[in-house]
Design a protein around this ligand. Structure first.
Ligand code: SAH
Ligand code: SF4
Length: 387
């Protein structure tokens, strides 16, 4: 008999599963709390459930979070985990502690089909969508690992950003279910404003997200005109800047915040001139709106060898930010965190079996290979090189 992974269920799904076992909905709520609020991994620990139910669950279900292959700790306190997703796929998640919050950056796919030229994940190609349990499992593991490690009875992760590997809106159904678990008061109880989906601009799914599960939205813009964006973010050939911006404006109605964030990766000599900044100002002002319906987050490019690109110099990033702010657009420059462990934006690479041959098309050499070492897990072989 196949066992169900309970991390795959939102509360309604778990209630349906419990019903199949002849149990009432309140049992599902109890179970959900044990799993997500208390981090229980064994049914035997769930002492307020009847012994007969615990025994039934043990034969029919599991609480299966992905296994850790490697943990790296940055000098700035960020922690990166490499999770084994089986069959040669591995994805990464990063915890970023700050004074007033703890942010977890998680992955939604093993690889990515979009293939942005400046993104390490894009250079790896695409293997598969992550399941709900594999997405939620990253949060389940990180939250309960950190609580134990820090000896905290309180919640450690206050914010989740889907800015790791993958394009979340191309794994829509699983991402939405996972978001529901994150927001559920019986699970992590995160505020909608503190859960952010970052997308390269899958227009129809931005609208759908506004209907199904509006959370904070970040859109990877990276260019001020279609000619340039077509090259940097190939999805632009399908959904142009104008269409993406219109979808963002529509999203403001259901959104939990009154702005959309535009991410803009600063690439030396590519998209970082005064002219590009002026074009952006004109873009966001189109349609008789002033600039305060959006914010810009400038991300200094995090280099990786295969990209052939370099980070804009600091003076140019500052000058670019000033043009936007002088035009009344709230603009921040993202602090680079965890770059000593390759955990900064766009450096998350994990390991994926590229079924799309994107990597070959982009001229990438192999990354680190993962070799199984018996039951204990996996180890990384040194044979292959990055970059
Ligand atoms: N696929 C989604 C989410 C994952 S990428 C998206 O593209 O939005 C998360 C953010 O990191 C995006 O804004 C992405 O453009 C940015 N990014 C990718 N590679 C980067 C790099 N090398 N340096 C800095 N930011 C990068
Ligand atoms: Fe995919 Fe986002 Fe990387 Fe582009 S930036 S390749 S959409 S993960």
């Amino acid at each position: 008999m196949t066992t169900a992974n309970l991390l795959d269920f939102d509360l309604d799904g778990l209630a349906a599963f419990c019903e199949q076992l002849g149990e009432k909905r309140f049992r599902a709520t109890q179970l959900f709390r044990w799993i997500h609020q208390r981090g229980a991994a064994e049914f035997a620990d769930m002492t307020d459930l009847a012994k007969s139910l615990r025994e039934k669950l043990a034969t029919r279900a599991s609480i299966g979070s992905p296994h850790i292959i490697r943990q790296s700790i940055s000098s700035d306190g960020s922690i990166k985990w490499l999770f084994d997703m089986g069959a040669g796929d591995a994805v990464e998640a990063v915890f970023i502690p700050e004074q007033d919050r703890g942010t977890l950056c998680i992955s939604s796919q093993a690889g990515c089909v979009v293939g942005c030229t400046f993104c390490s994940t894009g250079h790896q190609g695409f293997s598969r969508n992550l399941s709900v349990g594999e997405i939620v499992g990253q949060l389940w593991f990180a939250e309960h690992f950190l609580r134990k490690h820090l000896g905290s009875a309180e919640r450690v992760i206050s914010n989740v950003v889907l800015m790791g590997m993958g394009e979340p809106l191309l794994n829509y159904d699983n991402v939405v279910k996972a978001l529901r678990v994150m927001l559920d008061d019986h699970a992590y109880g995160l505020s909608r404003r503190r859960v952010t989906v970052s997308t390269s601009g899958v227009v129809p799914m931005i609208d759908q997200l506004g209907v199904d599960c509006p959370v904070a939205l970040a859109v990877s813009l990276h260019a001020s005109n279609d000619t340039l964006r077509d090259q940097l973010v190939p999805l632009n050939r399908k959904y142009s800047i104008a269409e993406v911006l219109q979808a963002c404006r529509r999203y403001l109605t259901p959104a939990p915040r009154d702005f959309v964030t535009f991410e803009y990766c600063m690439l030396d000599g590519v998209n970082d001139s005064a002219q590009h900044a002026a074009e952006l100002v004109a873009l966001v002002r189109q349609g008789n709106k002033d600039g305060n319906w959006c914010k810009f987050n400038l991300i200094p490019f995090n280099p990786f060898p295969a990209s052939g690109l370099t980070r804009s110099p600091t003076e140019r990033i500052v000058a670019f930010a000033k043009i936007l702010s002088d035009a009344g657009i709230v603009t921040t420059v993202r602090k680079t965190r965890g770059d000593d462990i390759d955990a900064a934006c766009g450096q998350l690479a994990g390991e994926v079996k590229d079924i799309t041959n994107v990597a070959k098309r982009m001229g990438r050499r192999r990354t680190i290979a993962i070799t199984p070492v018996g039951q204990g897990g996996v180890s990384l072989s040194e044979g292959a090189i990055r970059g």
